[in-house]
Design a protein around this ligand. Structure first.
Ligand SMILES: NC(=O)c1ccc[n+]([C@@H]2O[C@H](COP(=O)([O-])OP(=O)(O)OC[C@H]3O[C@@H](n4cnc5c(N)ncnc54)[C@H](O)[C@@H]3O)[C@@H](O)[C@H]2O)c1
Length: 351
């Protein structure tokens, strides 16, 4: 097979991480780097002989016609770039999370890739990290009995929350959600990667198999440990016979069995993962999926399910009630409520 011509759009932190994956894959050759800051694209293109540097992704798509596109810019530009890449004939698009600032944009990106027949993934790469892989294995093996509840704690529903909503689907085998009931509040102006966020929120999700999901967010009081639901921050998997705390900062996985004498620390050293770097693993899996005609683990279809929970959370807050899924509204209720003054740091009287 001829090597897949690969272009990286957005050469910041994530762009460099994606680049490592293509540099390690035997199936890809790095053909172009694009960044609106010329030095960033130039720096990477100099590292990979034969790769060109661009400042305009549309020009690059026309001239290079890449087979693979990595989209690593901030959310505001995600839809434009993914849609342009799909229309330009990219076979594989590895995009960064969160999908987009509105649900309508996320749907449009997903549908455009489906229409073009492109394999599209979003970096919810914890699906490949040893702590989550091990926790899912333990759940399957019955270590905590039957799954009952999934709880995430993090700074916000959108930028970080997209990972935790995705993890709910990961542990619950992609069973769709039936409804969401939630509340969000904006008491200070907060943006991450240019995207507006709530200051605090709570979201209760009912899955079709009666498993419950709970997400608690706040960016007040500093970084995640200070807003932790479970004192160290992380993701909690609750079963009929025990719990697993995953991804807490100083302890990647802790298992507590009901009646157990003390918490267990499962051995992660022998967990089989595709690559020790979960981002690289996700990209290698997407290339393998394209070659075999199967769905990749980080498929756009799955990312859209997590994204729907983000926007259903905002919508529930706007509607003051339970939101049945599929979600019908296509805007961002968070942005709409801020725009019409229903919520906001100005309204809260705080600076
Ligand atoms: N998956 C994860 O765990 C994870 C972690 C961090 C960030 N992210 C996500 O990755 C994305 C990028 O984050 P980052 O940390 O790499 O940001 P960054 O600021 O380090 O890099 C973004 C780059 O994109 C460039 N850029 C902006 N608009 C462009 C355009 N139209 N064309 C070409 N280049 C453009 C910027 O100049 C910058 O160099 C964000 O959506 C963020 O949420 C994901």
């Amino acid at each position: 097979m001829a090597k897949l011509k690969t272009a990286v759009i957005g050469c910041g932190g994530r762009g460099r991480n994606h680049t490592e994956a293509y540099a390690q894959s035997k199936d890809t050759e790095l053909a172009a780097f694009v960044d609106i800051v010329p030095e960033r694209a130039k720096q990477l293109s100099e590292k990979y002989p034969g790769a060109a540097a661009y400042t305009d992704y549309r020009k690059m798509l026309r001239e290079v016609k890449p087979d693979v596109v990595a989209m690593c810019t901030w959310p505001e530009s995600h839809k434009r770039i993914v849609v342009a890449a799909a229309r330009a004939g990219a076979k594989i698009i590895n995009a960064e999370k969160p999908m987009a600032p509105t649900y309508g944009e996320a749907l449009a990106m997903h549908r455009e890739c489906e229409k073009a027949g492109a394999v599209c993934t979003y970096s919810h790469q914890r699906r490949f990290s040893s702590d989550f892989v091990k926790a899912k294995q333990l759940l399957k093996d019955g270590a905590i009995g039957e799954l009952r509840r999934l709880e995430g704690s993090c700074p916000n529903m959108f930028d970080w929350g997209t990972h935790w909503f995705d993890m709910m689907f990961f542990f619950n085998d992609q069973v769709p959600a039936s409804w969401v009931m939630a509340q969000i509040d904006v008491s200070r102006d907060s943006k991450v990667f240019g995207a507006t966020l709530e200051t605090s929120g709570v979201s209760f999700v009912k899955f079709q198999n009666e498993v419950n999901g709970l997400m608690i967010t706040t960016s007040e009081g500093g970084e995640p440990p200070a807003n932790a639901l479970m004192d160290r921050g992380g993701f909690l998997v609750v079963g009929t016979e025990g719990t697993m705390l995953v991804h807490a900062h100083e302890c990647p996985l802790e298992l507590r069995r009901i009646g157990g004498k003390k918490p267990e620390r499962p051995d992660l050293s022998k967990v089989e993962v595709l690559h020790p770097d979960p981002t690289i693993a996700g990209i290698l899996d997407s290339i393998d999926a394209w070659k075999k005609g199967r769905e990749p683990e980080l498929a756009s279809r799955k990312a859209l399910m997590a994204t729907e929970l983000i926007f259903a959370t905002y919508e529930s807050s706007r509607s003051r009630g339970r939101i049945a899924l599929p979600l019908k509204t296509k805007d961002s209720a968070l942005l709409a409520m801020l725009a019409d003054g229903q919520i906001g740091y100005a309204k809260s009287g705080r600076k």
